[in-house]
Design a protein around this ligand. Structure first.
Ligand SMILES: Cc1cc2nc3c(=O)[nH]c(=O)nc-3n(C[C@H](O)[C@H](O)[C@H](O)COP(=O)(O)OP(=O)(O)OC[C@H]3O[C@@H](n4cnc5c(N)ncnc54)[C@H](O)[C@@H]3O)c2cc1C
Length: 691
């Protein structure tokens, strides 16, 4: 039975067309009747067979009977044709002819000396065969076949093909569901009758975190970021879908001629299923992590949501990879073939990919990301490449691109390369720039890049490269919020009173503690606009422990920009009666661009005394906001602030927050709580500096 199993696996390595997936463009063993006939006789010796020993289940060799031997051997041709003619009574003649041409000799390039029709004509003239394949395993005349053996092969092949078709189908389902779910929910939002329902759902599912108020703040013990309730639904749905698609749709055939026991048969199917499902998840894992993830443009889900989903889908991918490796091991152990298989290159590459995936998941935990983000990033990419290469050689060596498994890898590589390619195009489009870097405080610099003309939309970030800062890692780049330079030099947007720094006499209180910090009158605009151009973008960078630490005053710093990219969908908050802009410290950079995009804005900005330089630098821009409260050295009472806004009777209030994780999480939780009460509709946009 072991030999039969090996033969079955050899059949899996038998060449087939490579245009799609099994069951979807690749017919594996169709017509089953003809494949079953060939299976009965394929290991038999012909007069022209050589002494070469069969070189094993995964051999690339042709064994003792090469294709040109089969092509010329009349006994082989008539024996095979007799069986096909007797059993394939309901198969169209052209299909049989195609089967004959493609599969008869084992090499479609070597055609049999007679067509199928010619061989049947030869048979018609001869006597009906009576002799079956004997003990000597030789075909020296036209042989008949044992019907039970034929039925055994037919059922075995049909069950195997059915299982492989299911693997493909479930892989496609997984990929489509993973990809289409964000599109589906985004499209729902455009249906007219959905808006009221969505208003009710958002504070219940979209805003609140699943674990207390942890979302931007990491969970204790470096456990990572807790998802929101809505994100949890996606993760749970996808996990359950994976469990279902891994568990259902297996059909056993007994007595099976490839697998000695039903346990082996089902274990074989499960190992293949988990392998295919892991492959199907791979393009999704890569897509979700991409800057140029097409879903960012097709949906209103944020980049940070996709990053979070990337981590979860990658974990599910890892589980599938591990299941595949474990079930394969158990199967071969049960067959007593581990010792021979584990030295095969395909097996070794499979182990390489499995280990690489596990290491990737471990080293992607928050602890390691925080230890050194750059080392994490480089290691992450290298491990991903090893994983993909391991998967590639695993299937390339074993199946030589016969069964379409490689298309999942092509798709994964296509997603990865297209993201990288678009990044390069974006950088080239933005051009090689010289930035002016100005110290605005001890730990904050302003980077002005002139002549960049980007649409002045809020909620955008760009990745900045400063290749000369660290020549050893010129590729290093970091995300920063984009402020149109014109905003810093502007004399006031449409509704603002540029010179107003005192009460306008309106019901809204104004505090401008910035004034307490020094002689603002001496502050000059960062970029002169007179007789020049307002085009350009400015980044405010707080120096951290890596590359940003080395940013210092410079009049001509080589800079490349990859962007702009959207953070979150801003359409919700911008379609409100009142827009509350909340900034904590350097978080003002993400907040400022919203000012000129809403007619009824109130800015709350709290910052530490040490950030006085930032406040002074942004004085002109902040003064353009008619209603503002700038608090230096003290924190806002978020709850009281939101209560006050609500009490003013606005029907729909938008809140944009950018600041430290704790502030972001508090605002998220407070807005969600008020939204659930239902008096006012609240829209929330958290522009966090992490994902
Ligand atoms: C959408 C977005 C907008 C941002 N806007 C601003 C801004 O306007 N001003 C500002 O000062 N900071 C901003 N940040 C934070 C800024 O990107 C990091 O402070 C900066 O990358 C740190 O660089 P470093 O080399 O000094 O990092 P390190 O000190 O080595 O790392 C500090 C932390 O920064 C984060 N980080 C580092 N590199 C990256 C990266 N390539 N991608 C994502 N996170 C990274 C990691 O969480 C890391 O733990 C923003 C972050 C995001 C995600």
């Amino acid at each position: 039975m072991k030999i039969v199993t090996s033969l079955g696996l050899l059949a899996l390595a038998f060449p087939g067309p490579t245009t799609a997936l099994i069951g979807y463009g690749i017919p594996m063993y169709k017509p089953n009747c003809a494949f079953a006939c060939r299976s009965i006789f394929e290991s038999a010796m012909l007069m022209c067979s050589t002494d070469e020993v069969m070189s094993g289940a995964h051999s690339h060799g042709t064994g003792p009977t090469p294709p040109d031997c089969r092509a010329q051997d009349e006994s082989w041709l008539t024996t095979l044709a007799y069986c096909i003619n007797a059993t394939c009574t309901d198969v169209a003649p052209w299909r049989l002819e195609k089967y004959w041409a493609d599969k008869n000799t084992g090499d479609p390039k070597v055609q049999p000396k007679w067509t199928y029709a010619q061989t049947v004509a030869v048979l018609d003239k001869a006597e009906k065969p009576t002799e079956e394949l004997g003990e000597d395993d030789m075909i020296m005349s036209t042989l008949t076949f044992d019907h039970d053996t034929w039925e055994g092969y037919r059922g075995t092949l049909a069950a195997f093909e059915n299982a492989e078709t299911m693997h493909s189908r479930y892989g496609i389902i997984l990929l489509v569901v993973g990809f289409a779910t964000p599109i589906f929910f985004s499209v729902l939002g455009y249906l007219p009758w959905m808006s009221t329902l969505i208003d009710k759902l958002k504070p219940r599912f979209v805003y609140p975190a699943i674990l207390g108020t942890y979302h931007v703040r990491a969970l204790p013990f470096f456990l990572g970021n807790a998802p929101t309730i809505g994100q949890t639904f996606y993760i749970a749905m996808f996990l359950i879908l994976n469990i279902i698609l891994t568990s259902v749709g297996y059909r056993s055939f007994n007595p099976n001629l490839w697998f000695a026991t039903q346990w082996q048969e089902i274990m074989g199917y499960i190992s293949a299923r988990t392998g295919v499902l892991a492959f199907a998840l791979a393009p999704l894992v890569v897509l979700l992590s991409g800057r140029n993830n097409i879903l960012l443009w097709l949906t209103n889900w944020s980049h940070s949501t996709y990053m979070l989903l990337h981590r979860w889908v990658a974990r599910i991918f890892t589980i599938q990879v591990l299941l595949h490796s474990i079930t394969e091991y158990l199967l071969y152990k049960d067959m007593g073939e581990v010792a021979t298989e584990q030295v095969q290159p395909y097996w070794v590459w499979g182990i390489v990919a499995t280990i690489a995936v596990v290491i990737t998941v471990v080293f992607s935990t928050l602890y390691f990301r925080r230890l050194s983000y750059e080392i994490f990033l480089i290691g992450h990419i290298i491990l991903a490449v090893i994983t993909i290469a391991g998967c590639w050689y695993h299937i390339e060596i074993r199946f030589t691109r016969n069964w379409g498994y490689e298309f999942w890898i092509y798709a994964t590589c296509a997603v990865w390369f297209s993201d990288r390619l678009v990044r390069v195009f974006r950088i080239l489009k933005n051009g090689v720039r010289r930035a002016e870097v100005t110290d605005v405080s001890e730990d904050i610099v302003r980077v002005d890049i002139r002549d960049i003309r980007w649409a002045a939309e809020p909620g955008k970030h760009t990745y900045a490269y400063f290749p000369t800062l660290n020549p050893l890692r010129p590729w290093e780049n970091h995300p920063f919020s984009v402020i149109p330079t014109a905003l810093l030099t502007s004399r006031g947007h449409s509704i603002a009173t540029a010179t107003s720094s005192s009460s306008t006499g309106s019901q809204h209180s104004q505090t401008n503690d910035v004034e307490k910090m020094g002689p603002l009158a001496t502050v000059t605009s960062p970029v002169s606009i007179r007789g020049s151009t307002t085009a350009g973008v400015s980044l405010y960078v707080r120096k951290s422990t890596g590359l940003t630490k080395t940013l210092a005053s410079n009049s001509s710093l080589l800079t490349l920009l990859d962007g702009p990219y959207p953070n979150n969908s801003t359409s919700g908050v911008l379609k409100t009666d009142r827009l509350i802009l909340l900034a904590g410290g350097i978080g003002i950079t993400a907040i400022l661009p919203f000012i000129s995009h809403h007619q009824n804005v109130k800015l709350y900005w709290s910052l530490k005394s040490s950030a006085g330089g930032l406040a002074r630098d942004l004085d002109q821009a902040v003064k353009n906001v008619r209603e503002r409260e700038v608090s230096v050295g003290s924190r806002f009472d978020v709850g009281a602030m939101l209560d006050k806004e609500e009490s003013e009777g606005w029907k729909r209030i938008g809140v944009v927050i950018c600041g430290p994780g704790g502030l972001c999480d508090e605002v998220r939780s407070q807005v969600a709580k008020r939204g659930r009460m239902g008096k006012t509709v609240w829209e929330l946009d958290v522009e966090a500096f992490s994902w």
